[in-house]
Design a protein around this ligand. Structure first.
Ligand SMILES: NC(=O)c1ccc[n+]([C@@H]2O[C@H](COP(=O)([O-])OP(=O)(O)OC[C@H]3O[C@@H](n4cnc5c(N)ncnc54)[C@H](O)[C@@H]3O)[C@@H](O)[C@H]2O)c1
Length: 256
């Protein structure tokens, strides 16, 4: 029970394949009290249904569309109300217009670029700032990134650029929040078949190549990402901040 007594907010669950849901299940199994987020009314019912599978009833299920700054601000009040303080924040959300993930990066349009960076990167900064007043003295923030931040994954395009900015944001936020006892880390997950991932043209080929080349000879499971999120949110990780932790069955160590 690594997370017994810890209240952790996870943004956002879309469906049962979401990495956020894998993280929720792992954290629930370790005794955490969860606050689950959903982006819009379309996802709300799904998340409420999934929540019934958890051992511990969530403290709250809250809307969080990061395109609306007022919704991020409202979260501070809702969390104060439902949880008093929280010990952890999981940022597991990203978005880029589909067309930007289907042609050469060279043709990324200004609006597509700004949207991808706003939703996938600035949201971490905005959430961290808005929720600082409700963090307990030893809190943890984790976000989800991908190896396309470092190496070219054809069609990942502007999301690769966004993930590079996200990883840099993790380091800057870790510096800013360190003296407040808040740790900030990223999990670099291997490819997992989710709705967002399928938006990247050729994603199924990425899965196949990953399986062939990764030292463990397979792709990663959501549960393995969830279990790493448990570790990062737990007191066992109290000395780790500003890091990118790979949970990718070893793919990133390979040169060929
Ligand atoms: N699936 C993979 O292969 C993989 C690998 C590494 C990292 N990641 C990252 O994991 C995270 C979760 O993605 P996933 O693969 O579970 O896909 P997913 O589609 O299940 O989750 C994406 C989430 O982002 C949310 N979202 C999109 N726009 C939003 C907005 N404006 N406001 C608030 N929420 C918004 C969606 O509602 C959804 O809950 C993302 O950051 C993704 O880049 C995914």
């Amino acid at each position: 029970m690594l997370l017994q007594g810890k209240r952790i907010a996870i943004f956002n669950v879309a469906n049962k394949r979401s990495i956020a849901w894998s993280i929720a299940k792992s954290m629930d199994a370790q005794g955490a009290s969860l606050i689950l987020g959903y982006q819009n009314e379309r996802n709300k019912g799904t998340v409420e249904g999934l929540a019934e599978e958890l051992v511990h009833e969530p403290l709250a299920i809250l809307p969080c569309d990061v395109a609306y700054p007022e919704q991020i601000e409202e979260l501070q009040e809702s969390l104060k109300d439902k949880a008093d303080t929280i010990h952890g924040l999981v940022h597991s959300l990203a978005f880029a217009p589909r067309e930007a993930l289907q042609h050469a990066y060279l043709f990324t349009e200004r609006e597509q670029f700004l949207t991808a960076l706003e939703i996938s990167v600035y949201s971490l900064v905005a959430l961290a700032r808005a929720l600082t007043p409700v963090f307990s003295s030893q809190a943890s923030i984790s976000t989800l990134t991908y190896y396309g931040s470092e190496k070219v994954m054809p069609n990942y395009n502007v999301m690769g650029v966004a993930k590079a900015a996200l990883e840099a944001s993790v380091r800057y936020l870790a510096h800013d929040l360190g003296t407040a006892g808040v740790r900030v880390n990223a999990i670099s997950a291997g490819p997992i078949n989710t709705v967002s991932a399928r938006g990247v043209s050729g994603f199924l080929d990425i899965l196949k190549v990953h399986e062939q080349r990764a030292p463990l000879g397979r792709t990663v499971e959501g549960r393995e990402v969830g279990d790493t999120a448990v570790f990062l949110a737990s007191d066992l990780a109290s000395g780790i901040t500003g890091e990118v932790i790979y949970v990718d069955t070893g793919y990133n160590i390979m040169g060929f």
